[in-house]
Design a protein around this ligand. Structure first.
Ligand code: NIG
Ligand code: FE
Length: 426
């Protein structure tokens, strides 16, 4: 069945000529069409334009029934692309959250054996079915806030068996879910307890055993490393990235969250798709990123939850760089995957204007997960992944009304998958 959305108050991010991302001053450019229509046939965007250019004859040519949706007073946005998440995990970590409130840092909690290793213990004890069910609920949750594509990392297994277990869960999510999913192998998320004091041996295990097995089963699209103070060094990172590339996995890494760790430079050197977190980005890091194909990606939810310094997004944009924003849904540093909140944070804490923040969570984050050819904008031939808002006044209202769910319905691959419905207080 085809779908016609008509009388759209504003069709946001409507792009006729496909582009890979928007950088620098271009980030404040957000092409929109007022009083628009959007026509979907099958899984794809077939056509769009101004209502004044629409004619019923267009529907006759399609040759199949067309469902008509009247979007008067409502806007249509491309669904968010969340290019960084860890939604396959077991249990939760609110005890550490209390430790954090009482003053312990993320690194101190990790040193005491909490943090990532706490989630590793729980994940190892969980079955594939349990992990799948929990992750599926999180997918439903993020979709209800308007996310249509998500990258998911391993990294709570930290041994061959459990890393493969996580990646197989991600593969099942890919197969079953209407969201577009990319898998990222993050064996180098932390040094597991059994290798503490033998970090190089653990890196050897990742290189010699895990990467070849991940590649043999075609379980991952990307390879990741947490390259930061107290975690993996730039030297460890180089070794892992070289092996990943040899096995067909492009890097996409965690860098410079805790210090000027050299992670950004290593990422650029190995042509990473993105470098993520990047709170510690100075002139040298910006210089390295300029002219590269690596997307600087900030994770507002993690910086907010951990009370970290905020990445200098404004400075990066002024320097001519693109910036993407992603959710980082995980049990330790960001137990939320709400991309509408990320949008608000981009404006409130990073000084982005709403147009920049929308570009950062759609086209630029689509690039950061390698789906810019099929997602991230309303463009003919791309997948019909979009949401219809509740009645809203302006696009600025989206980040302004933080905490509210402004999304009414979500369509993924041309099908309505979310209806946030109405609450009736009788
Ligand atoms: O992206 N920084 C490293 N990894 C995750 C946190 C993982 C955890 O604490 O469980 C992140 O923030
Ligand atoms: Fe992360």
């Amino acid at each position: 069945m085809a779908v016609l959305i008509k009388n759209i108050k504003k069709l946001v991010q409507a792009e006729t000529a496909p582009i890979p991302f928007r950088a620098g001053s271009e980030m404040s450019n957000l092409p929109c069409i007022d009083d628009a229509y959007l026509l979907v046939v099958g899984e794809k965007i077939h056509d769009f334009g101004k209502m004044s250019d629409f004619s019923e004859k267009m529907l006759e040519k399609i040759g199949e029934p067309v469902e008509v949706v009247d979007a008067t007073g409502r806007m249509v946005f491309p669904a968010f692309c969340d290019s960084h998440s860890h939604i396959v995990y077991a249990g939760s970590r609110e005890i550490e959250y209390i430790d954090k409130i009482k003053g312990l840092s993320y690194e101190e909690i990790a040193k005491r054996g909490g943090g990532i290793l706490n989630s590793v213990d729980r994940l190892r004890a969980a079955s594939e079915d349990e992990l799948f069910a929990d992750a599926w609920n999180r997918l439903e949750e993020v979709a209800s806030f308007g996310t249509g594509a998500i990258e998911i990392k391993s990294g709570y297994g930290l041994d061959t068996e459990n890393e493969l277990k996580m990646l197989r869960v991600i593969r099942r999510l890919k197969e079953k879910s209407p969201l577009t999913i990319k898998a990222n192998f993050l064996g180098a998320h932390a040094v597991p307890r059994e290798f503490i004091g033998r970090q190089t041996e653990y890196v050897d295990l990742i290189i010699n055993e895990m990467i070849p097995m991940v590649a043999a089963e075609e379980l991952a699209d990307y390879v990741d490393v947490f390259c930061d103070r107290g975690f993996f060094t730039p030297e460890d990172t180089e070794r892992i990235l070289m092996q990943g590339i040899k096995y067909g996995l492009q890097p996409k890494i965690h860098a410079n969250e805790l210090d000027y760790s050299g992670g950004i430079q290593v990422g650029v050197k190995y042509n990473a798709r993105s470098v993520d977190h990047i709170e510690y980005t100075g002139d040298e890091e910006i210089e390295a990123l300029l002219g590269s194909e690596t997307m600087p990606t900030i994770l507002p939810g993690a910086a907010f939850f951990l009370g970290m310094v905020y990445a200098p997004a404004r400075k990066m944009i002024e320097a001519g760089l693109p910036v993407a924003m992603a959710g980082d849904y995980n049990p330790g540093s960001c137990p939320s995957g709400n991309m509408q909140f990320v949008l608000s944070m981009g404006c409130i804490k990073y000084g982005m204007i709403p147009e920049e923040a929308i570009n950062a969570t759609t086209i630029n984050s689509a690039y950061a997960m390698g789906v810019e050819d099929i997602l991230g904008t309303i463009t003919k031939g791309k997948l019909a992944n979009f949401f219809i808002t509740k009645p809203i006044s302006t696009i600025e209202f989206m980040p302004y009304a933080y905490g509210s769910n402004k999304v009414a319905t979500v369509y993924l691959k041309g099908k309505k998958v979310v209806d946030n419905g109405q609450v009736e207080l009788n």
